[in-house]
Design a protein around this ligand. Structure first.
Ligand SMILES: *[C@@H]1O[C@H](CO)[C@@H](O)[C@H](O)[C@H]1NC(C)=O
Ligand SMILES: *[C@@H]1O[C@H](CO)[C@@H](O)[C@H](O)[C@H]1NC(C)=O
Length: 320
C-alpha cells in the first residue's frame, strides 16, 4: 500500500467523523437565578447530541461530571458563574453554556446595637462591639480578619455563642476587614464584610441655603481623608428643576420654580472602604430679590438639565 493511499484513507475517515459527530446543540441550564448562601440549589444541563451527551460543570474552580450540579454558595461572591460543557459521545466536539447566579447573603458583620450610640462607629481608644448578624445559634461562628482566622489579643473577647466580638479599647492596628463564618452542618457561609477604619475624614460643603429663582448658585464640596478619597454628589430628593450642572466637586444650579426644596449631599468615598463620610445641605428656592439695572443676572433657561460626569448620574440611579 502506498503512503499516499494511507494518507488519503486517514483523511476520509477523519472527515466522516466530523460529519457524523456534529457539535452538541441547544445546550441549556435550568435552575434558580438567585440562591441563598449556604443553601443547596440544584442545576440541570440538557443538550441534543449525536449519540450520548457527556456533561461537565465548572464553577469557582470546581469541576464536576454529570448532568446535574448542586451549588452551595459560600457568600463571598455576590455573583457566581456556572458553566456546563457538553461533549458528544466521541468527546471531540464541545459546546458550553454559562449562566450567572445571584447570591443572597443573609449574614453580615455590623456594629452591635448593644452598645452606646457614640460607640457604634469605631474610634481609637473607645470600646467597640461587632455582631455576626443573621446567624442564629446553635451554629458555630468563627471570626475572620481578611480571610484569616482572628487571633484574639488581650483587648478582644467573644461572647459565649461567638455572635459578638468585643474590643475593650480599639487601637489603630485593629483596622481592617472583619467577617464571620457560620458553620451549620456541612454548610458554611462567610458573611458580608465590615471595615474598621480610623482615617480622619472631614467633608465640607459650601454654598447658600437659599437660591433665588433664575439666578445661579454654586455649591462646592471638599473632603480630607486619612486614606484616598474622592467626592461625589448624591441627589436624594430627585433631580433639581431648572438649569443644573454638576462638574466634579462643584454644582451650579439656576432654579426655575419657586418653593421647591432640594437636598444636595456630598459623599467622601474610598474605593475599598466605601463611604467614609457625607454632608448635606437643604436648599430652598426663594423669590429673586430686586436688583439694580442693568441686571447682572444670567437668564435662566428652565428645564435644561445638564450633567457633566457620568458618575453623578449613576449615583442618582443607585440612590433612587
Ligand atoms: C441549619 O441547617 C439545617 C439543615 O440544613 C436547617 O434546617 C437550619 O435552619 C439551619 N440553622 C440555621 C440557624 O441556619
Ligand atoms: C467560637 O470560636 C472559636 C474559634 O475562635 C471556635 O473554636 C469555637 O468552636 C466557636 N464556638 C462556637 C460556639 O461557635
Amino acid at each position: 500500500m502506498s503512503l499516499a493511499y494511507i494518507n488519503l484513507l486517514l483523511a476520509v475517515t477523519g472527515l466522516l467523523q466530523v460529519v457524523i459527530a456534529g457539535k452538541p446543540q441547544k445546550v441549556k441550564i435550568s435552575g434558580p437565578e438567585e440562591v441563598v448562601a449556604g443553601v443547596d440549589a440544584l442545576y440541570e444541563c440538557s443538550a441534543l447530541c449525536t449519540g450520548l451527551c457527556h456533561y461537565s460543570w465548572l464553577s469557582e474552580g470546581r469541576t464536576v461530571d454529570g448532568r446535574t450540579f448542586t451549588l452551595t454558595a459560600d457568600g463571598v461572591n455576590t455573583v457566581v458563574s456556572l458553566a456546563c460543557t457538553v461533549s458528544d459521545e466521541e468527546r471531540k466536539n464541545f459546546e458550553s453554556k454559562v449562566i450567572s447566579v445571584t447570591v443572597i447573603n443573609p449574614i453580615s458583620v455590623r456594629p452591635s446595637k448593644d452598645q452606646p450610640v457614640l460607640n457604634r462607629e469605631p474610634k481609637v481608644g473607645r470600646s467597640f462591639k461587632l455582631t455576626c448578624d443573621g446567624a442564629t445559634p446553635p451554629v458555630t461562628i468563627i471570626w475572620l480578619k481578611g480571610f484569616e482566622l482572628i487571633t484574639l489579643n488581650s483587648r478582644m473577647s467573644l461572647s459565649p455563642d461567638n455572635t459578638t466580638l468585643s474590643f475593650s479599647s480599639l487601637e489603630a492596628k485593629d483596622s481592617g476587614e472583619y467577617r464571620c463564618k457560620v458553620l451549620n452542618g456541612s454548610a458554611a457561609v462567610i458573611s458580608k464584610d465590615y471595615w474598621i477604619y480610623f482615617g480622619f475624614v472631614q467633608v465640607g460643603l459650601t454654598g447658600p441655603r437659599s437660591a433665588e429663582v433664575g439666578f445661579e448658585t454654586e455649591y462646592t464640596c471638599s473632603a480630607e481623608c486619612g486614606v484616598d478619597c474622592t467626592v461625589q454628589w448624591a441627589l436624594r430628593t430627585g433631580f433639581p428643576k431648572g438649569r443644573f450642572i454638576a462638574d466634579g466637586p462643584k454644582i451650579r444650579w439656576t432654579p426655575s420654580e419657586l418653593g421647591q426644596t432640594q437636598i444636595f449631599t456630598c459623599l467622601a468615598l474610598n474605593p475599598v472602604a466605601g463611604k467614609l463620610g457625607e454632608v448635606s445641605v437643604p436648599v430652598t428656592v426663594i423669590e429673586a430679590r430686586p436688583r439694580p439695572r442693568p441686571s447682572n443676572a444670567i437668564s435662566a433657561r428652565p428645564s435644561v438639565a445638564m450633567v457633566i460626569g457620568a458618575t453623578l448620574l449613576m449615583l442618582v440611579c443607585a440612590l433612587a
